[in-house]
Structure formats: structure tokens, C-alpha cells
Design a protein around this ligand. Structure first.
Ligand code: NAG
Ligand code: NAG
Ligand code: NAG
Ligand code: NAG
Ligand code: NAG
Ligand code: NAG
Ligand code: NAG
Ligand code: NAG
Ligand code: NAG
Ligand code: NAG
Ligand code: NAG
Ligand code: NAG
Length: 513
């Protein structure tokens, strides 16, 4: 029997807690992918979502049932499941009733995700990753219907016009028709930075003297319109010289990658030397306020409100970029590919430039969702066997809690530090339990659970100082944050697993919503 008190703990607050004031953002990085726009808005709790949208197309309906049906999986994965199961490709086309000829007449667009390159015996080996799609011409009234599915407690019609525009904009970015089986090519050029070489907002990178060339991917896009492959690039001379070899420079070199046939697929990629330090940073609840652990809040913060930095993280990152020479920033989030532009827009306005990873479209079901982070982490670790990595995220992601410590054993000697923001310590709204057992064999000097960005401020990161001994650690290597003061192994758990209790509580919650 589940206590009503237990259940009440999971009821999302009806109104938003005030977000911390944004700190001053550094000068924008010259990200050449067009920024998306997010506007402020205020929304309240809403009920009867399913009945409101049954008149909509099949794609919208299955989206909503996946949201409402998936809170338990959301708890288990720590991945925002309201960002799960977006309709793709022909499902979008058929549910919107768009004819093949209308679609054929719309221009092809490209999402080009900033990549990273490693140095090999054949020269620089650059990862090209993104998606080819078409943006159907959806009528405003249909876009309103679709956007209303994503809004909780309000409707597009009730929003001020700038906010309604934004809701429609984001909705249109999700309802795109991905283009499988197309050939993709690019042209590369040395990338200048508006911030100046080596400066914080340029991610510590420099402009190479050469490298301009044309590249064609091997084979066609996947059925989902995705591409993801490493290609050897040529050592082409430019006005001022060549690309520097990755074993003969400590500089990170920046190349602009322009997708041919569209002006929508520009990105900056990073040639990262063989040796050095890379920080792999999660985004939700560490670089921005998401509150993934309060599903209703998480939805609003992801869909409706402007992205807001978490406390003074931008200042901390800018300081690292300025003080740690040749620090490579890699932003790795499991948020779906369709919203990548919004995440990139926020990151490049707020944090140092760097390469990026989001959830590829073939990782669509819940079990695949749980494996994305490991897949993406393994890919970048394998690419740089001699680099050291700093891993940072928060405790509300169960995949992080397993995958980060696993990298220590999977890639011996490569993990320099693991930093986890203890979200439940600073945010009473976080009722998600998490498991710290993966940290059991690790040396305390290698990891730290922290509370606020300032806890990381005076660490000698370059020399491997990861632990600030003034921050008390409470790690008991088991579940943390279980309700009613239960802890791992408590007899009161009876025959029911911890997750079983949670799932049951959240099922009740989702039935009420
Ligand atoms: C969304 O807004 C951005 C910024 O105004 C714009 O570049 C983009 O094309 C818009 N997307 C859609 C699908 O309308
Ligand atoms: C740098 O890499 C190239 C290509 O693998 C190799 O030929 C060269 O010997 C390396 N130089 C040094 C100093 O290791
Ligand atoms: C989209 O469709 C509307 C009519 O529904 C039309 O007026 C408009 O020109 C179309 N836009 C594009 C870019 O084709
Ligand atoms: C892609 O390129 C290959 C090789 O040039 C060609 O055989 C194939 O027909 C092209 N595919 C499309 C869809 O154009
Ligand atoms: C790349 O291809 C374009 C034509 O598509 C051509 O004009 C240009 O010279 C090529 N650049 C290089 C560096 O080969
Ligand atoms: C490119 O070639 C030049 C001239 O041979 C050489 O100095 C430079 O190290 C090479 N760079 C790379 C990346 O191979
Ligand atoms: C992409 O780059 C091209 C070439 O510099 C430029 O004309 C275009 O405006 C850029 N696209 C965007 C969306 O900034
Ligand atoms: C950033 O660096 C400045 C100047 O050294 C320092 O005053 C500030 O406390 C630092 N902030 C953080 C969060 O590291
Ligand atoms: C998705 O595709 C990549 C190749 O692009 C592959 O390595 C990966 O295993 C696939 N993942 C799933 C879950 O199918
Ligand atoms: C470069 O990266 C590729 C792709 O991850 C990897 O297979 C290869 O082993 C790496 N090469 C070196 C020399 O590290
Ligand atoms: C996180 O904070 C909570 C609340 O202060 C505490 O009970 C828990 O032990 C902390 N977890 C870790 C791993 O420090
Ligand atoms: C450890 O527990 C103490 C007492 O609950 C708390 O004040 C502190 O913030 C916790 N430390 C972390 C890193 O969560």
C-alpha cells in the first residue's frame, strides 16, 4: 500500500519556483548555426490533456500518450521523457496531410552538429553528424493545435503574441519530415572567432592557416535522415599555411563546416590535439535550470520558458576557458536531436564554444534511451585514447550515475575528475532517488558531489585536483534520497523494489494529470 503522503511528494508544484537570476553572459561565440528564439511565458497546471487533443492527427496523439504513459520510465532514466517519441518522417507528413508534391517543393534543410576531430596516421579525422529534413508548410491554425499539445495549463491562443510565435516555432521544428537516403556534402573553411583566438568564448581554440576543402559523406543518410561518420580531411594549404598536426600542437583548431545546397547547415567543428584535457558537460540542471526531477516544471522549462543558466556556472566555465590552456569543451546531452538548435543557441550564447552531442534519431525507444549516454561517451573516449576527461552532470540522471563511474574502469587512466551536482541538496523539489553504488571503488580524490558552482571554483583542475575537502560528502554507495528516510536495504521496503514503489507512485500521478 502506498501512502498518500508518499504520493503527495510527487505532485508537482502548481506554480513555478522563481528561477535564479541569470548571471551576465559572456560575449556570444560566433556560432554560425542560426540561433533559435525562446521567450518568457507563464503557464499553469492543466488537466484533461488527452481529451483535448484526440481530434488531432495520429502523430500528435501518440506523442501525448507516450508522454503521459512514460513518467515511470522518465524516473528511471532521468531523461526528460516529455522529449521522447516525437513523430518523425512520414508519420509527420501523413498526420499533417501534406502531399508528396507540396513536400517536394519545400527546400531541403540541414542540422549540422559541431563535431570533433582526432589526429591519426592519415591526418585529421573529423566527425560529421547531423540530419537532413524538410520543413512542411503547416497552417497557423494547425500549428496552434499541435503547439497546444505541448503547453500545460494554457493555450497558444491565450499567450502574448511573441510567446505564441515561439511555441509555434518550436513545434514546427519538431514536426519536420526527415529525409532518408540522400547524399550530403560540405565545404570546410578555417573559422575565425569574433571573440579572438584563445579567448574564453572561443572555447580556447585558434583559427588554422589552411584546411579549406570539399567533403562528401560516404553513402546516404539513414532512413531517419541522420548522418554520423568520421572522414579523413586533407592537409590543404591556405593563405597563411597549413593545418597543424595534432601531435605537434597543443592548440585546438577551428574549422567552419558548411552543408552544401542549404544555408541552414553551418557549424563550427574542432580539431582536438592528441593530448590534453576535455570536459564533457551535461546541460540540463547543471548548465541550465531544467528541474527534470519535477516533471511538470521540467516540461515548462524545456518547452515554454527561456533557457536560464544555473547560478554562476557561465562565470566558472569562462574562467576555466581563460585559465586552462587548450581546454576542450564537449557538450553531451541526451535531449532529442529535434531540439538541438535550441540547446546550441543557449550554450553558445552563454558558455565557451565546443563540440556537441544530442540523441540520434535511431535511439527512440525507452531501452535505447537508457543507452545513449554510454554510446556517446564511449565514442569520444575511443577517439582520444591519450586525453584526460572531466565529467560533469547532476544526480538526477540515473544514466549518468552509472555511466560516469563506468568510464573509470572502461578507460583506465583517462577520467581525471567526476563532478556531480547534488540536486536534492539544494532543491527540495528533487524527490528522485539515485544510486551512488558505482562510486564505491573510486578514490575520493577523483570525484566530488557538490552543491553550488563556487564549490568547484578554486580547484587546481589542470593538476588533477577534483575534490574540495571543505564540501562534506555523504556517499553511502547505495540509493540516496528514498522517501520516508528509507535507505538501501531497509526492511520496510518489503518485497517491493525501490523503483517499483516509485513507478507505482508516478503511475498514480500520471493518471491524475
Ligand atoms: C524559429 O525561429 C528561428 C529564429 O527566429 C528561425 O531561424 C527558425 O527558422 C524558426 N523555425 C521555424 C521552424 O520557423
Ligand atoms: C606525428 O604523427 C605523424 C602521423 O601519425 C607521425 O608520422 C609523426 O611521426 C608524429 N610525430 C611525432 C613527434 O610523434
Ligand atoms: C504556406 O501556405 C500558405 C497557405 O496555406 C501560403 O499562403 C504560403 O505562401 C505558404 N508558404 C510557403 C513558404 O510556401
Ligand atoms: C548518392 O551518390 C551515389 C554515388 O555518387 C549515387 O550512386 C547515388 O545514386 C546517389 N543517391 C542519390 C539519392 O542521389
Ligand atoms: C569545392 O567545390 C566548389 C564547387 O562545388 C568549387 O568551386 C571549389 O573550388 C571547391 N573547393 C575546393 C577547395 O576544392
Ligand atoms: C601539412 O603539410 C605541411 C607541409 O608539408 C606540414 O608542414 C604540416 O605539418 C602538415 N600538416 C598536417 C596536419 O598534416
Ligand atoms: C551559413 O553560411 C553562409 C556562408 O557564409 C551564409 O551565407 C549563411 O547566411 C549562413 N547561414 C546562416 C543561417 O547563418
Ligand atoms: C572567475 O575569475 C575571477 C577573476 O579571477 C574571480 O574573481 C571569480 O571569483 C572567478 N569566479 C569563478 C566562479 O570561478
Ligand atoms: C544508431 O546508429 C549508429 C550508427 O550511426 C549505431 O552505431 C548505433 O548502434 C545505432 N543505435 C541504435 C540504438 O540502433
Ligand atoms: C580516432 O578516432 C576514431 C573514431 O573514434 C578511432 O577509431 C581511432 O582509433 C582514433 N585514432 C587514434 C589514433 O586515436
Ligand atoms: C545529497 O543531499 C542530500 C540532502 O542534503 C543528502 O541527504 C545526500 O546524502 C546527499 N548526497 C550525496 C551523495 O552527497
Ligand atoms: C551532506 O549532508 C549534509 C547534512 O545533511 C549536508 O549539509 C551537505 O550539503 C551534504 N553534502 C552534499 C555534497 O550533498
Amino acid at each position: 500500500m502506498i501512502s498518500p503522503l508518499f504520493f503527495a511528494a510527487f505532485l508537482p508544484a502548481a506554480l513555478a519556483a522563481p528561477a535564479p537570476a541569470p548571471v551576465q553572459a559572456p560575449v556570444p561565440h560566433p556560432m554560425i548555426t542560426p540561433p533559435a528564439r525562446l521567450e518568457d511565458r507563464h503557464v499553469q497546471q492543466r488537466r484533461g490533456l488527452i481529451s483535448d487533443i484526440t481530434s488531432l492527427g495520429g502523430a500528435a496523439e501518440s506523442y501525448v500518450s507516450s508522454v503521459l504513459g512514460s513518467y515511470p520510465a522518465y524516473v528511471e532514466s532521468g531523461v526528460a521523457n516529455f522529449f521522447q517519441g516525437f513523430p518523425t518522417g512520414t508519420d509527420v507528413q501523413s498526420s499533417l496531410g501534406i502531399s508528396d508534391s507540396d513536400l517536394a517543393a519545400t527546400p531541403t534543410q540541414a542540422l549540422n552538429i559541431p563535431g570533433y576531430a582526432n589526429w591519426t596516421d592519415q591526418g585529421w579525422n573529423l566527425r560529421f553528424r547531423g540530419n537532413i529534413y524538410k520543413q512542411p508548410n503547416i497552417s497557423e491554425s494547425k500549428l496552434n493545435d499541435l503547439a497546444n499539445v505541448f503547453l500545460v495549463g494554457t493555450s497558444v491562443q491565450a499567450l502574448p503574441s511573441s510567446q505564441a510565435d515561439q511555441a509555434r516555432n518550436l513545434t514546427a521544428e519538431i514536426f519536420v519530415v526527415q529525409q532518408g537516403n540522400v547524399n550530403v556534402s560540405f565545404h570546410l573553411e578555417p573559422a575565425a572567432s569574433a571573440g579572438g583566438d584563445g579567448e574564453a568564448n572561443g572555447g580556447g581554440a585558434v583559427t588554422p592557416a589552411g584546411g579549406a576543402q570539399n567533403i562528401t559523406l560516404v553513402g546516404e543518410t539513414t532512413v531517419e535522415g541522420d548522418f554520423d561518420q568520421f572522414i579523413q580531411i586533407a592537409n590543404v594549404s591556405g593563405a597563411g599555411g597549413y593545418l597543424a598536426p595534432g601531435n605537434d600542437t597543443t592548440n585546438i583548431q577551428r574549422l567552419n563546416v558548411y552543408t552544401d545546397g542549404t544555408l541552414t547547415g553551418n557549424a563550427t567543428s574542432y580539431l582536438v590535439p592528441t593530448a590534453g584535457i576535455t570536459i564533457i558537460s551535461d546541460i540540463d540542471d547543471i548548465l541550465r535550470v531544467t528541474k527534470i526531477y519535477e516533471p511538470a516544471e521540467g516540461l515548462l522549462n524545456s518547452f515554454a520558458r527561456p533557457f536560464t543558466p544555473w547560478m554562476n556556472m557561465p562565470e566558472l566555465y569562462a574562467n576555466w576557458s581563460a585559465s586552462i590552456p587548450d581546454f576542450h569543451f564537449h557538450y553531451l546531452t541526451t535531449t532529442p536531436e529535434q531540439v538541438t538548435r535550441n540547446y546550441m543557441d543557449f550554450i553558445y550564447k552563454t558558455y565557451p564554444g565546443g563540440s556537441f552531442d544530442t540523441r540520434p534519431l535511431n535511439f527512440s525507444d525507452v531501452s535505447a534511451t537508457l543507452s545513449i549516454r554510454k554510446f556517446l561517451l564511449t565514442k569520444i573516449f575511443q577517439t582520444y585514447p591519450q586525453r584526460k576527461f572531466i565529467l560533469i552532470a547532476d544526480t538526477s540522471n540515473s544514466d549518468v550515475m552509472t555511466d560516469y563511474p563506468e568510464m573509470v574502469t572502461d578507460f583506465p587512466g583517462q577520467v581525471q575528475c567526476i563532478w556531480l551536482r547534488n540536486t536534492s541538496a539544494t532543491d527540495s523539489g528533487d524527490k528522485f532517488p539515485y544510486n551512488t553504488k558505482g562510486f564505491k571503488g573510486l578514490n575520493q580524490s577523483q570525484y566530488m558531489f557538490f552543491l553550488v558552482p563556487d564549490d568547484l571554483k578554486n580547484l587546481d583542475v589542470m593538476n588533477g585536483q577534483c575534490y574540495n575537502s571543505s564540501i562534506p560528502q555523504n556517499v553511502t554507495f547505495g540509493y540516496q534520497g528514498l522517501p520516508f528516510g528509507l535507505s538501501n536495504g531497509s526492511s520496510r521496503l518489503g518485497g517491493m523494489s525501490n523503483w517499483g514503489m516509485l513507478v507505482a507512485g508516478l503511475l498514480m500521478l500520471s493518471a491524475l494529470l
